[in-house]
Design a protein around this ligand. Structure first.
Ligand code: PLP
Length: 407
């Protein structure tokens, strides 16, 4: 009678670690992907002074704000999107869902690994999921060959592919060459691409390239304030539609929005106006964050690799996707033969929270997990000392390495 849908695994792990904390256990929170950074002061002030904005906006959102967002993203990486093709909502998650819901039937290409919510959303929308396998050696990138090879599993004449970079759970991005190759195959197979660029502004080299610049015909980009602005709980997301979007598609998106969320919270839209005011003024804030994130991410990756927990150094955002396969025999001998058991035993023995690879589309027996290196207080400048300023991060990594060593 009921739809089968479990609570999103990222939220579930947060609840589990909170339970352990209530029991006064020291928990290292590498599970939940929440930014440790505060929104800029001016943005905080703008939200405070906007509480009297109790009115609804249009479903698409405040026009001046959409104008700011359009200019901001053009300055950021040359992405040109008209304000009338920007859709605002309470978070990008609901936009991703509504894009999928706009189609009666579609094939949805999703990479493994991929963010936990794509597949459940596609399933809820009644679509056919086509998994795109990737590998550690390929840096978890989708290859054009895999897309071509899997296209034979298509069941309908609508194809959607979701890409996400810098990626959750891998922290990796695509090179310009790789984006061009992906764009070529998407065009060839007439695929609508949803490019989830929620971590784009957290590219560690501040050099994010938007997919829509290579495939403007049929790319919808999603982004928002949750990650680069540290404001996940404010619930603010944006979708950039392509220029000649089919009027029926745009109508469906606005229609579904009007029947579900109505509009993004108006005070948050007012604060977003300040956040998106000028890209150049935001650069300093982004530079500080990305310098810190890069340093911490590199530190964690290096230490894990030294313990033969292989992982790629991150290029953006705040995730790593460590692979424990080198230790498989030892883990199996200790009864640990699934990523779920790996994470629950690690949590029990050390208090370190990771998310199992199975949540990201893998078979149960693949021994990997996602690590969000966000358990630290925002340092005041880029001249910080990881050992001193991020004790939970360094302790957490040491705990994982020692655990595997002494197992
Ligand atoms: C890859 C990815 N996409 C989308 C989202 C949704 O973000 P929001 O709905 O807060 O904009 C998240 C949040 O964790 C994410 O990691």
């Amino acid at each position: 009678m009921y739809r089968q849908i479990e609570e999103s695994q990222t939220l579930l792990i947060n609840t589990q670690s909170k339970d352990l904390e209530l029991q006064k256990k020291k928990i290292i929170k590498f599970g939940f992907g929440q930014s440790p950074f505060m929104p800029p002061k001016l943005v905080l002030e703008a939200l405070k002074s906007s509480v009297n904005h109790k009115e609804y906006t249009s479903v698409q959102g405040d026009l001046n704000l959409r104008d700011n967002i359009s200019k901001f993203h053009e300055a950021h990486n040359g992405l040109k999107v008209l304000p009338e093709n920007i859709l605002l909502a309470p978070g990008s998650k609901i936009l991703l869902f509504n894009i999928l819901m706009s189609f009666k039937k579609a094939d949805v290409f999703i990479a493994t690994p991929a963010w936990v919510s794509y597949a459940p959303q596609a399933k809820l929308a009644g679509h056919n999921i086509i998994k795109l396998k990737t590998s550690f050696e390929e840096r978890w990138r989708i290859s054009p060959k895999t897309i071509r090879d899997t296209a034979k599993y298509k069941k309908s004449n609508v194809s959607i592919m979701i890409i996400n970079y810098p990626g959750n759970p891998d922290g990796l991005t695509y090179s310009e060459e790789e984006l061009k190759e992906l764009a070529k195959v998407a065009k060839e197979l007439n695929i609508l691409v949803i490019s989830d660029e929620i971590y784009g502004l957290l590219d560690h080299n501040l050099n994010h390239k938007s997919f829509a610049n290579y495939y403007p015909e049929k790319t919808i980009t999603t982004t928002g304030l949750s990650k680069w602005c540290g404001a996940g709980g404010w619930r603010f997301g944006a979708a950039f539609l392509y220029e000649n979007i089919e009027p029926e598609f745009k109508q469906a998106l606005i229609g579904i929005g009007s029947e579900t969320y109505s509009c993004a919270p108006t005070p948050v839209q007012m604060a977003a106006k300040v956040a998106y005011k000028e890209y150049d003024k935001t650069l300093e804030y982004l530079r500080l964050q990305t310098t810190i994130l890069k340093e911490i991410g590199d530190y964690c990756a290096e230490k894990l690799n030294r313990s033969k927990i292989r992982v790629h150094a991150p290029q953006g955002g705040f995730y790593l996707f460590p692979d424990f396969s080198f230790h498989q025999e030892k883990l199996n001998n200790n009864g640990i033969n699934t990523s779920n058991k790996l994470c629950s035993q690690l949590l029990k023995d050390t208090g370190v929270v990771l998310l199992p690879a199975s949540a990201f589309g893998f078979e149960q027996d693949y021994l990997a997990a996602r690590l969000a290196y966000v358990d630290f207080q925002q340092p005041t400048d880029a001249l910080f000392d990881i050992e001193v300023d991020c004790p939970n991060v360094t302790q957490g990594i040491d705990k994982i390495c020692n655990w595997i060593l002494n197992l």
